[in-house]
Design a protein around this ligand. Sequence first.
Ligand code: DAT
Ligand code: MG
Length: 122
Amino acid sequence: EQVQQTYIMVKPDGVQRGLEHYKDLKAKPFYPKLIDYITSGPVVCMAWEGVGVVLSARKLIGSTDPLQAEPGTIRGDLAVQTGRNVVHGSDSPENGKRETALWFKEGELCQWTPAQAPWLQE
Ligand code: DAT
Ligand code: MG
């Protein structure tokens, strides 16, 4: 499996910066409410990198609708409604790259190898 990047965000934030993070959803009926929510306060941005990280982060986050999300996932444990589902994670390696580039400038990402890396992946 490929080393991937995925963009993780604790919602909501500062799209006060004018970023169009959810451009794929522009045509959806819930888009205006989604944008109101996501611009309602600061968010915590993260970029994670690793083998298969897009899917493993999505598993940790859980289903879009918190009522469908498994216990033990972030949305399953901490959220109630789709419109307040606490956390974002990229849905594909391509979007992981795109969203990471949207939210972080060159030089803002810190790349490092944890000492335990050889014990986590072959
Ligand atoms: P996800 O965040 O699981 O990738 P998505 O990309 O389909 O889900 O949608 C982005 C966000 O838009 C989602 O976290 C919450 C909101 N959303 C999605 N579907 C919705 C719906 N049917 N009604 C209201 N909000 C919705
Ligand atoms: Mg999505």
